[in-house]
Design a protein around this ligand. Structure first.
Ligand SMILES: Cc1cc2nc3c(=O)[nH]c(=O)nc-3n(C[C@H](O)[C@H](O)[C@H](O)COP(=O)(O)O)c2cc1C
Length: 203
C-alpha cells in the first residue's frame, strides 16, 4: 500500500508536517510506503481555460504551475491520501486551494466525456487542519471537497480532525492530546478501510 501526504503548510516541519508524520508512522509500521509532498507557499489556482477538457486528458496545460501534473500523478499512484493544511486567515493555504481546484476538475474529465466515474474513484482520503484555535471547519470543508467531487472514500476518526495548538509555535503534538487521539484513530480507520479494499498488500 502506498500513502501520499500533501503538506499545504509553507512551514516544512511545522504542525501540519508533524501531524502527518505521526499518522504515516503507523502505516510504515505495517510495511506500507509513504511520502510527504511539501507544497510550499505559492498557489496556482485553476484559470478555467478548459484545455484539459478540450484535449480530453487528465492533465493541466498551464505552464505557470510547475508542479501540478507531477503532484496529480502522485495522487493517481497512491492508494491512500492525506491532505493537510494549516488554517490561514480562517481558511486553507493558497498552495492547497489551487491544487484542489485543479485536481477536482481534471479528475472529473471522464465524466465530462460521458463516463460515470472519476479517475480518483475509491481512493481513500483523509484531511487534517492544524490551527491556533479557529477556522478548522471551513478549512476541512474545502479539503474534503476533493474527496466528495472525485468519488473518493473518506474514513472518519470520531471527531473533526482539527488540531489546536493555541499558539503559532511548533511545540510538538503533545500540546494537543485530544487532537492526537483523533488523528490516531483517523489513521487506524484509514488503514482498516484500505485493508478492506485491498487486503494487507505491502507493495
Ligand atoms: C498567516 C497566518 C494566518 C493564520 N491564521 C489563523 C487563523 O485564522 N486561525 C487559527 O486558528 N490559526 C491561524 N494561524 C495559525 C496556524 O494555523 C497554526 O499555527 C498552525 O498550527 C500552523 O501549522 P504549520 O506549523 O503546519 O504551519 C495562522 C498562521 C499564519 C502564519
Amino acid at each position: 500500500m502506498h500513502i501520499v501526504a500533501f503538506n499545504g503548510s509553507p512551514r516544512k516541519h511545522g504542525n501540519t508536517y508533524q501531524t502527518m508524520a505521526y499518522m504515516l508512522k503507523k502505516f510504515e509500521a505495517k510495511g506500507w510506503t509513504t511520502e510527504i509532498v511539501q507544497m510550499g507557499s505559492t498557489g496556482y489556482g485553476c484559470i478555467g481555460c478548459g484545455l484539459c477538457r478540450k484535449n480530453q486528458r487528465e492533465w493541466c496545460y498551464q505552464k505557470s504551475d510547475p508542479m501540478f501534473n507531477e503532484w496529480f500523478g502522485k495522487l493517481l499512484q497512491a492508494d491512500g491520501v492525506i491532505l493537510g493544511a494549516p488554517v490561514y486567515a480562517g481558511w486553507l493555504t493558497p498552495a492547497m486551494k489551487g491544487f484542489i481546484e485543479k485536481a477536482a476538475f481534471v479528475a472529473r474529465g471522464p465524466i465530462k466525456r460521458g463516463g460515470k466515474y472519476t479517475v480518483l474513484r475509491n481512493k481513500v482520503g483523509v484531511a487534517i487542519a492544524p490551527t491556533r484555535r479557529s477556522g478548522g471547519i471551513q478549512t476541512l470543508q474545502s479539503l474534503i471537497s476533493l474527496f466528495a467531487h472525485t468519488q473518493m472514500i473518506m474514513p472518519c476518526g470520531g471527531a473533526w480532525p482539527i488540531t489546536s495548538f493555541g499558539t503559532m509555535d511548533t511545540n510538538g503534538l503533545t500540546t494537543d492530546p485530544r487532537g492526537v487521539q483523533i488523528v490516531d484513530r483517523l489513521a487506524d480507520n484509514m488503514a482498516a478501510v484500505l485493508e478492506m479494499l485491498h487486503g494487507n498488500d505491502q507493495h
